[in-house]
Design a protein around this ligand. Structure first.
Ligand SMILES: NC(=O)c1ccc[n+]([C@@H]2O[C@H](COP(=O)([O-])OP(=O)(O)OC[C@H]3O[C@@H](n4cnc5c(N)ncnc54)[C@H](OP(=O)(O)O)[C@@H]3O)[C@@H](O)[C@H]2O)c1
Length: 264
């Protein structure tokens, strides 16, 4: 059976995406850590939409987990023809004070597991000459960001990797899309690493979309077979304008503004 695999499907953008795709009668394979939520979501999605929604409980901040997800999908005879690498966490604060283990786990989740899942699921898409990979970046994919330095670097990695992979996959008929949300009212800022004074400054007064708006844009971009999309018109403009300004200017302005807000 063909399925759309969504990582990070229990909350925010991934959850909104799952609900919208289920309404479009797409079968789903949801991946996240919260088993209770996954079970409840899959029952609801299946019952309400007449689709098959199943789940894999997996912690993608561990190096071996992507292989487990792949093997589990194979064992269940599920053919992943759309892979949405959406699971991701952030961290805010001064790099020198941040918890190193948490930063490294974030890189595993945001980058290494994303790369591993692309590598594992791509061969079948290539053989079928059909398939889509959506990697979720961020507005942080466009600028180095002092006081969220590792997160922004992880999302710049996602951008660079995905845009290169897009070209490599064109001859195979596999569409690879970089999808970049801006601020979105999800659980993202409520995690331990983000829910601090530095994180609060970051979102203060910022243009913010709902997960439903972001998911709707992602589905439109998927249906149009786009290879790149920034969610939200204002974000798209900001990314364009930002690309004209040197990184050194951007980082200096970001850092000074944040220090001023923190009274440093
Ligand atoms: N919200 C924003 O402002 C914003 C802006 C730009 C980009 N983004 C990006 O958008 C994506 C989705 O974020 P969101 O805003 O929807 O955040 P969210 O509401 O916090 O959702 C994150 C999802 O990832 C899952 N997840 C977290 N750690 C995981 C792990 N170790 N293993 C497996 N799954 C894990 C969570 O589920 P469990 O807890 O059940 O594992 C949850 O389903 C991320 O890649 C994020 O970087 C968000």
């Amino acid at each position: 059976m063909e399925v759309i695999l969504i990582t990070g499907a229990t909350s925010g953008i991934g959850e909104a995406l799952a609900y919208r795709l289920a309404k479009k009668k797409r079968n789903l394979l949801l991946v996240a850590r919260n088993e209770q939520k996954l079970k409840q979501q899959c029952e609801q999605l299946s019952n309400q939409n007449g689709i098959t929604a199943s789940y894999i409980v997996a912690d993608l901040s561990k190096p071996e987990t992507a292989y487990y997800v792949f093997e589990e999908a194979k064992k269940r005879n599920l053919s992943v023809n759309v892979l949405v690498n959406n699971a991701g966490i952030g961290s805010s604060g001064e790099f020198v004070n941040n918890n190193l283990q948490s930063e490294l786990e974030m890189l595993q989740l945001n980058n290494s597991s994303l790369v591993a899942l692309c590598h594992l699921f791509l061969p079948e898409m290539k053989n079928n000459k059909n398939g889509t990979i959506i990697n979720v970046g961020s507005m942080a994919s466009f600028f180095p960001s002092p006081y969220m330095s590792v997160y922004a670097a992880s999302k710049m990695f996602v951008r660079s990797f995905t845009q290169a992979l897009t070209e490599e996959c064109k001859p195979y008929g596999v569409n690879v899309m970089l999808f970049c949300p801006g601020f979105t009212s999800s659980n993202f800022m409520n995690t331990a690493a983000n829910n601090n004074e530095w994180g609060k400054i970051l979102v203060k007064g910022a243009y913010t979309q709902t997960p439903e708006q972001v998911a709707a844009e992602m589905i439109k971009a998927l249906e149009k077979k786009k290879t790149f999309h920034v969610s939200g018109f204002q974000n798209a403009m900001l990314a364009k304008i930002g690309s004209l300004i040197p990184y050194s200017t951007i980082t200096s302005v970001f850092a000074q503004r944040k220090r001023k807000e923190m009274g440093l």
